[in-house]
Design a protein around this ligand. Structure first.
Ligand code: MF3
Ligand code: CO
Length: 265
């Protein structure tokens, strides 16, 4: 069942989405070689709780951490651990909060030092594909239009692997609401979009083949060929004419640009 949000609910959802953006900004400030993702996970939990939210991933279907920290060939759902980050690693930080009863859920991929030209391009193109998808999150369009735009920009144009098994989703009082939002598909198909529908749009794009597998911990998803994978996610409200992006990359990007340990194009 699809839940369309009122103006009041959208204001609360923007607050939740922005709390995630601000938390990702805190992570961007301290990222450097040598830091552990477990340390970052503690920082995430503390910042969210200090700002009136609750980390929503913790205990979700038994997930044992506050955030997902996915390094290099980990696609999504990486466990924070005590392995220090190294120069040339890429790290996707995926964070969820619930505040005032509404969920925020978004993600950003960082480069710690220079991961090399191929991976830098993968990061740039995956982020671009997210915005190309968002262009279609308007009343009257369909979920398939978003999906097609993402697939065209990544798979068709660059030959990257578009993960099929994991998809974006509706967002609201629940972390995962209808509809599902795949990153591949055909124009003019799937759910018709109406004002007030909030979506988490989240391309997961592999440098190599699209195939993935889940580790024996039941969560960690890796690329089958162990090449890098990138994931960007925004929370977006469908409107007439132009989507309303509830989350905010500009503050994360400013912190990223100001951190000499992070590589930006
Ligand atoms: N962004 C992911 C999603 O939308 C985060 C879920 S991770 C979990 O599914 F730990 F909460 F499961
Ligand atoms: Co999500």
């Amino acid at each position: 069942m699809i839940h369309y949000k009122t103006k009041e609910e959208i204001a609360l959802m923007r607050e939740s989405a922005l709390l995630v953006s601000r938390t990702l900004t805190e992570v961007a400030k301290v990222l450097r070689p040598g830091v552990t993702t477990l340390r970052l996970d503690s920082l995430v939990a503390e910042f969210i709780r200090d700002h009136g939210g609750v980390p929503s991933f913790l205990h979700y279907r038994g997930y044992p951490f506050n955030s997902c920290m996915s390094v290099n060939d980990v696609v999504v759902h990486g466990f924070p651990n005590e392995e220090p980050l190294r120069e040339g690693d890429i790290l996707t930080v995926d964070i969820g909060v619930v505040k005032n009863g509404y969920h925020g859920d978004h993600a950003y991929t960082f480069a710690i030092g220079d991961p090399g030209a191929e991976v830098r391009q993968l990061i740039r193109v995956t982020k671009e594909s997210l915005y190309k998808g968002i262009e279609h999150a308007v009343a009257g369009a369909r979920v398939g239009d978003i999906a097609f735009a993402i697939q065209e920009h990544t798979e068709k144009k660059y030959g990257y692997g578009v993960v099929r098994e994991l998809v974006g989703h509706g967002l609201g009082r629940q972390l995962h609401e209808d509809p599902q939002v795949p990153n591949y598909g055909r124009r003019g198909t799937l759910q018709k979009l109406k004002e007030g529908l909030v979506l988490a749009i989240e391309p997961m794009i592999n440098l190599g083949k699209r195939d993935i597998y889940t580790e024996s911990d039941g969560w960690t998803v890796r690329t089958a060929d162990h090449k890098a994978s990138v994931h960007f996610e925004h929370d977006v409200c469908v409107q007439k004419g132009k989507a309303d992006i509830l989350s905010d990359y500009s503050i994360i990007e400013a912190a990223e640009a100001a951190n000499p340990e992070l590589f930006t194009e």
